[in-house]
Design a binder for this molecule. Sequence first.
Ligand code: BYC
Length: 312
Amino acid sequence: MEHIDHLKVFETKIEQDINIEAKDWMPDDYRKHLIRQISQHAHSEVIGMQPEGNWITRAPSLRAKKILLAKIQDEGGHGLYLYSAAETLGIGRDELIQQLHDGKAKYSNIFNYPSLTWADIGAIGWLVDGAAIVNQVSLQRTSYGPYSRAMVRICKEESFHQRQGYEIMAKMMAGTAAQREMAQDAMNRWWWPALMMFGPHDTDSPHTGNAVKWKIKRQSNDTLRQKFIDKTVQQAEVIGLTIPDPDLKWNEEKKSYDHGEINWNEFREVINGNGPCNRQRMSNHIKAHEEGEWVRKAASAYSNKQKLRVSQ
Ligand code: BYC
């Protein structure tokens, strides 16, 4: 029988930018790495519905409410694509959700901050989705096929989300003094956590080595963070918002902005369960999951019945 050197085939595909697909052989560590990252990404999308959901009933107009509802529904859909992509790696959704509830799986730091005013909905769309897009555009070229294809779809929707947020901020900045103050206050509270979304500096990022080697990550945490800063500073200037960083300065040589130091203690606290809203986010998710059990049972009873019919 012909001997196939699976590792060699895998490495050649990575080298030649050929996607790895679900049924292809892959090293265990590659599989584990992807399950961790894709499931954390999925959890982020779903937990991210909470800070925005908080404002559905208080949106300032019917138009704003409809757009917000559509956006939140999109985030739920992104979660579904991503859970499905993770499932192609041989793990069930129940197990992934259990890891989230047990605190074994992380989700993005950003969703552990409260959404205090309507301007926060603008800041989330503009800054949070804006940061997510920079990261996800890069992930469209990730080496695992199902993840890469999910990213293509997600990015299309995220750019609409980013514009929705920017429109809210621009409108408020063109409004009364109180509205401008509210927009600036939201900017002040969301800027730094948005920068943390890109993860620790490259030199402190334990997963980057393998992620780059396997082309899961196409650009490093710091490279993507810098891209986000450079494009966002200009957008802030256009509508008259100030970036809350006294050390932010254009660097002519680098052709990009230098910025102040990120509070990594705060980041560590938040991702380890001690942010302002971690407990609330998790207890809401557990409650919704438990209350939705009958729906899952009904759906699987129906699909089991269909399977039975087909096999008869
Ligand atoms: N938050 O070695 P590193 C959205 C953890 S949702 C929490 O650099 P990696 C939206 C990291 O997991 C978009 N934890 O890791 C939804 C690791 O801990 P573990 C969410 C973080 O994986 C609704 C440790 O720190 N996007 O757009 O190479 C409404 C060391 O980090 C974070 C994604 O998930 C963080 N920010 O790089 C609105 C993108 N950063 O796992 C909007 C996909 C790091 O060893 N994920 N950690 O316990 C990625 O691209 C990468 O996983 C990261 C981190 C760049 C985030």
